[in-house]
Design a protein around this ligand. Structure first.
Ligand SMILES: *Cc1c(COP(=O)(O)O)cnc(C)c1O
Length: 351
C-alpha cells in the first residue's frame, strides 16, 4: 500500500513473478477444486475474484469481497442486520438502494429512518439506537454531499455501524475506511471497471470479524461474480485512475459552458468526478428529446464508462419524486471535450 493509487491500480492482483509465469491472473473456470485446500468449492472462492479483490483493497484499504452486482453487495450488508434493525439512510440516493430500503422498511425487515443527508444535525439526531448508518456521497443523481468525516465520527462514538457507497467519489477522491467507516461498497460496474461491459460489485472492510460475516452472507445468499466478469473488471481497473482524471477534467471544462447556456437552468456538480446533473428550461418530454437528440453521447442509463452517457432520470418509475422531472444526468466520458460539448449544444437546439 506504499504506492500511489495510479500505480497500485496497475500492479495489484498480479500473479507472482517467475520465469514464464503470466503477468495477468488467469480466468479460472471451475465449480470445484481438489479436496484438501482452504477454498473447496466455486461459491466459496475463485482465483479470478481474488485478483480483483486484492486490487480494490489496495485502493480502498481493508479486505475486499466481490459480488455479482453492486446491489448484491448492498444486500449482503443489510442481510446481516437483525430483523427490525434501525437504519439511518438518505431520503435521496441510487434508485435501486432506495427501492430496497423502502421495501425492507415496508415489510418490517428494517426500520429505515430517512434523513436529509446534507443536514448533518438531522442525520446525527436520527442515530439514537440505530444499528447502521448507510451513506452515499455524492448521491445519485442529485449529487448532494454528506459531511462524511463528521457523520462517521458521530456514529462511531455511538458504536453504530457505518457503510458508505463510494461508487461516485471513488477511492481517488475519498477513502471512507480511513475516516472510520466499517464497510465501503462499490458498484464496480461503474468507474472501477469503466467500460460498460460488466455488472459487478464489491465490499471492503478492515474489520476481520465483519469480513467473515459478509463472506458468509455471500456464501449463503450466493451473490457471487462470474470469473470472467471479475477478470474484465480487473482489466478495466488497470486504467481507472487515468480514465477518472481524464473524464473529470472534461467534466470541469463542460461545467462553465453548461452554466452559461441559456436553456440550462440549474447545474449540479460536487466539485470532483465525472458526473454532472443539470436541468433544462423545458418540459420532461423536451428533456427526453434532448437526450434522444445526441449523436455522440449515448442515450442510456448507467455511468462511469469511457463513453459519455446521459438520460432523464425521472423516465424511470422507480426514481425518487424528489428528483426534478427535467433533470438530466450526464456521465462524462473520455472523448475529446470539444466533441462532447458540440453534441450537447446541438442536442439542446431541439428545445
Ligand atoms: C449503479 C449503482 C448501484 C448499483 O450497482 P449495480 O452494479 O448496478 O448493481 C449502487 N449505487 C450507486 C451509487 C450506483 O450508481
Amino acid at each position: 500500500m506504499n504506492h500511489h493509487p495510479e500505480t497500485s491500480a496497475i500492479t495489484a492482483g498480479r500473479p507472482e513473478a517467475a520465469p514464464d509465469a503470466s503477468i495477468n491472473p488467469p480466468i479460472v473456470v471451475s465449480s470445484t477444486y481438489h479436496a484438501g485446500g482452504p477454498v473447496g468449492y466455486g461459491r466459496y472462492g475463485n482465483e479470478s475474484w481474488s485478483a480483483l479483490e486484492t486490487a480494490i483493497s489496495e485502493l480502498e484499504g481493508g479486505q475486499t469481497l466481490s459480488f455479482s452486482s453492486g446491489m448484491a453487495a448492498i444486500s449482503a450488508v443489510f442481510s446481516i442486520l437483525p430483523i427490525g434493525a434501525p437504519v439511518v439512510a438518505s431520503n435521496q440516493g441510487y434508485s435501486g438502494t432506495m427501492g430496497l430500503l423502502n421495501q425492507h422498511h415496508a415489510s418490517g425487515r428494517l426500520e429505515v429512518r430517512f434523513v436529509d443527508i446534507t443536514n448533518t444535525a438531522e442525520v446525527i439526531a436520527a442515530m439514537k439506537g440505530a444499528a447502521l448508518v448507510w451513506l452515499e456521497s455524492p448521491t445519485n443523481p442529485c449529487l448532494d454531499l454528506a459531511e462524511l468525516p463528521t457523520i462517521i465520527a458521530a456514529a462511531k462514538k455511538l458504536s453504530i455501524g457505518v457503510g458508505v457507497d463510494n461508487t461516485f467519489a471513488t477511492p481517488l477522491v475519498q477513502q471512507p475506511l480511513s475516516m472510520g467507516a466499517d464497510v465501503v461498497m462499490h458498484s464496480v460496474t461503474k468507474f472501477l471497471a469503466g467500460h460498460s461491459d460488466v455488472v459487478i460489485g464489491s465490499l471492503s472492510t478492515a474489520d476481520t470479524a465483519l469480513y467473515k460475516r459478509l463472506e458468509e452472507a455471500r456464501r449463503f445468499n450466493g451473490g457471487i461474480p462470474g470469473p470472467f466478469e471479475a477478470w474484465l473488471a480487473l482489466r478495466g481497473l488497470r486504467t481507472f485512475p487515468v480514465r477518472f482524471r481524464a473524464a473529470e477534467s472534461n467534466a470541469q471544462q463542460l461545467l462553465p459552458r453548461l452554466q452559461a447556456h441559456a436553456k440550462v437552468t440549474k447545474v449540479r456538480y460536487p466539485g470532483f468526478g465525472a458526473v454532472i446533473s443539470f436541468e433544462i428550461d423545458g418540459s420532461p418530454e423536451q428533456a427526453d428529446k434532448v437526450c434522444q437528440s445526441s449523436r455522440l453521447i449515448v442515450y442510456a442509463t448507467s455511468l462511469g464508462g469511457v463513453e459519455s452517457i446521459w438520460e432523464r432520470r425521472r423516465r424511470w418509475a422507480g426514481e425518487s419524486p424528489s428528483v426534478p422531472e427535467q433533470l438530466i444526468r450526464l456521465s462524462v466520458g473520455c472523448e475529446h471535450v470539444d466533441d462532447i460539448w458540440q453534441d450537447i449544444e446541438q442536442a439542446l437546439t431541439s428545445l
